[in-house]
Design a binder for this molecule. Sequence first.
Ligand SMILES: [Zn+2]
Length: 69
Amino acid sequence: MREESGTPVIFSPEETRAIRDMLSRANEPPVCPRCESELDVQGPSEVGPRFYVKCHRCRRAVFIGQDSG
Ligand SMILES: [Zn+2]
């Protein structure tokens, strides 16, 4: 693990899929697949059904859209 300030780390494809799955259910707030803390979700945005998901603890983030994800 490297420490980088200001550089967002992207969730892996598998983690992204898990988050996307949680977003589609929308019953419970999505949690981080890595550390299980609550995720910061922004969206959908004005440009489309796109979410920006961020974990403050892991400092990971990802854009989740309708296409490939
Ligand atoms: Zn996390």
